[in-house]
Design a protein. Structure first.
Length: 206
């Protein structure tokens, strides 16, 4: 009996892993902005990104809650649930930052408060429908960024550790960061098994 239960559990686990891999393969086909790698060492890079248009919103509260709520708001814009017009193609990554006033671009909303988080979706090219209240469309100019990649659950401790590695590596390369706060990039849906999740910490560079 125990052997049968074990085989059943193994089968379920294998099925879930297979489903997760299927989702991962599908998500790997999701478009993301082109970039050039200017320098690389392991999972640390300096990249040059082209200009992109983003839909963005600002949400207060803890980082993870703000990410989930911001995703919900922006997904409603993308799919047409919160505005008129056709559905827009999903792209990755989903970006999150604190809207640091020291950044090269200012906070999105005048009433943005300390402790709030800005969440951004990269949009496809072409015309974009007018956004609903609470969502803005912004053109991000071409930029250079430092990037630290890691896989797994993106909890606060792992994000901080990746940021520390990146700052140390950039300093050794003589690079100056434009912001005092990092930007986070998330590439996968919750359906992906945690070990396969792709996450990045980004630091815009001078």
């Amino acid at each position: 009996m125990r052997k049968g239960v074990g085989w059943t559990a193994a089968g379920i686990g294998g099925g879930l892993l297979g489903l997760g891999i299927a989702y991962l393969l599908r998500e790997k086909a999701t478009p993301e902005p082109d970039y050039r790698v200017l320098a690389s060492e392991g999972e640390l890079q300096i990249r040059a990104y082209p200009a992109v248009t983003v839909a963005e919103t600002v949400v207060g509260g803890p980082r993870k809650h703000a990410l989930n709520e911001g995703y919900r708001i922006l997904a409603a814009y993308l799919t047409g649930k919160s505005r008129a017009g056709p559905r827009l193609e999903m792209r990755v990554p989903v970006l999150q930052d604190s809207g640091d006033p020291m950044a090269s671009d200012p906070p999105l909303f005048d009433d943005q408060l300390e402790g709030s988080w800005r969440v951004r979706f990269v949009l496809p090219g072409g015309e974009h429908p007018d956004p609903p209240e609470g969502v803005a469309l912004t053109q991000m100019p071409p930029r250079r960024v430092g990037a630290a990649l890691f896989h797994g659950t993106a909890n606060d401790d792992r994000l901080v550790a990746a940021e520390d590695r990146l700052r140390g590596w950039l300093a050794r390369h003589g690079e100056k960061c434009l912001t005092t706060e990092p930007e986070y990039a998330f590439y996968n849906s919750p359906m992906i098994p945690p070990p396969l999740l792709r996450n990045e910490v980004l630091l815009p560079l001078a």
